[in-house]
Design a protein around this ligand. Structure first.
Ligand code: S3P
Length: 178
């Protein structure tokens, strides 16, 4: 197994966990949203505003197919990626999928302070309205997320450790950091 896909709702920590996990395993790290932004020279918000969500989902699928060819990588996917086309089945074929599972309350708490400008689907939502929106969206997405090979919960450091154990990959010998 040399490709790990992190999936989960916005704010679940995919990027933070992905970077730490990649460093721990001696793998490369790819953030799919960043990959799309670099290709188009536009932010995700700009892509949503100028081209629309439908076009974003097509670009997302295309990027997924590009990055899923790399080896020894941790790939952090956009929160919606598993829920469109056959993306979830595709990821399950291409590598090990891990769902970072958080409750709507935990996600709302994390997203309340961090989502401004970056996440077009959450723009202008706050407090109870944000919580309600996340609950409803998660209920719709759960059938896709639950197709992941593994689900992990908890704080960042414990999540990274749990995934390391799941992979069974030993840290490279040349890396003696801890
Ligand atoms: C989205 C999640 C975002 C980004 C876009 C849409 C979603 O990625 O792809 O704003 O539909 O959940 P993150 O989960 O990395 O925030």
């Amino acid at each position: 197994m040399n490709r790990i896909f992190l999936i989960g709702y916005m704010g679940s920590g995919k990027t933070t966990v992905g970077k730490l996990l990649a460093a721990r395993l001696g793998y490369g790290f790819i953030d799919m949203d960043a990959h799309i932004e670099e290709k188009l020279f536009k932010s995700v918000s700009q892509i949503f505003a100028e081209l629309g969500e439908e076009k974003f989902r097509l670009l997302e699928q295309q990027s997924l197919h590009e990055v899923a060819e790399f080896d020894h990588v941790v790939i952090s996917t956009g929160g919606g990626a598993p829920c469109y086309f056959d993306n979830m089945d595709y990821m399950n074929k291409q590598g090990m999928t891990v769902y970072l599972k958080l409750s709507p309350d935990e996600l709302a708490e994390r997203l309340e302070s961090s989502h401004a400008n970056k996440r077009p689907l959450l723009a202008n939502r706050k407090g109870e309205e944000l919580k309600q929106f996340i609950s409803e969206a998660l209920a719709k997405r759960e059938p896709f997320y639950s197709k992941a090979a593994h689900a992990v919960s908890g704080e960042i450091e414990s999540t990274v450790s749990q995934i390391c154990i799941l992979t069974g990959i030993k840290k490279p010998e040349w890396d003696n950091e801890d």
